[in-house]
Write a protein that binds this ligand. Structure first.
Ligand SMILES: [Zn+2]
Length: 234
């Protein structure tokens, strides 16, 4: 049969069978938030957390995992939060006038767990743990800087003051957030809940977290999942 010379070469598949290639789903822009990996929360610190990973002792055990995530996790942004209190901060037992770990009331009338003095700005305890690959961080968010407000969350303090983290992430095009660090049952939980509330798809990477107590870690996991946060062991 005669074929005009300009006829395009036959295709191996009938045109009707060809559907446009599905565009690969846009890879979500994911940020890693590493919460409060500071000397005072590690072994020997003023407020050392006892549990890491699968309830293993010593928070230092999370460092290799956290470092691997920071250095090689492929995150679009890596953010460190840093608990950073002025002397006489409202979360300190010495300020509240109650024993450590009891509940007190701040001057503003908020119920507050009384913590040993920790992460005082300018002291060694407020520094990042020397084993943390802090140089891989794109941003450092200090929290709890107001004397009358505590801030478990890296996004906003108990008085509602924003740290700027949500805006920073949005400006960077971030849609998804992974959260690791210390403590699972306090600042990791609060940061992840606020990440979710700010509209970020949020995961807590449990094997890269250390917490205070098994019961409150379990309660935190339940609360996070109820709020739509994925709690995973990666
Ligand atoms: Zn604190």
């Amino acid at each position: 049969m005669d074929m005009p010379k300009h006829t395009p070469a036959a295709k191996p598949v009938a045109t009707s069978a060809i559907t446009p290639a599905a565009k690969p789903a846009a890879k979500p822009a994911v940020a890693l938030i590493v919460v409060d990996v500071q000397r005072d929360f590690m072994t020997g610190g003023a407020l050392a957390v006892p549990l890491a990973g699968e309830n293993l002792p010593a928070p230092e055990r999370i460092l290799p995992r956290v470092n691997a995530l920071m250095a090689g996790g492929g995150y679009a942004r890596v953010v460190l939060t840093q608990d950073f209190h002025p002397a006489g901060h409202c979360s300190f037992a010495s300020t509240l006038g109650v024993p450590p770990y009891a509940k007190g009331k701040t001057a503003a009338g908020r119920e507050q767990v009384a913590w040993p003095e920790h992460c005082v700005a300018g002291t060694a305890g407020a520094e990042f743990h020397p084993g943390l690959y802090a140089r891989y961080a794109d941003a450092i968010i200090r929290k709890g800087v107001h004397p009358d407000c505590d801030s478990y969350s890296g996004f906003a303090d108990d008085g509602g003051a924003q740290t700027g983290l949500a805006g920073y992430l949005r400006n960077a095009g971030i849609t998804d957030v992974d959260v690791a660090g210390i403590a699972t049952d306090f600042c990791v939980k609060a940061t992840a809940l606020h990440a979710r509330a700010n509209g970020f798809a949020t995961r807590v990477l449990l094997d890269a977290c250390a917490g205070v107590a098994a019961a409150s870690i379990d309660a935190a996991i339940a609360e996070l999942r109820a709020a739509g946060v994925a709690v995973v062991v990666d």
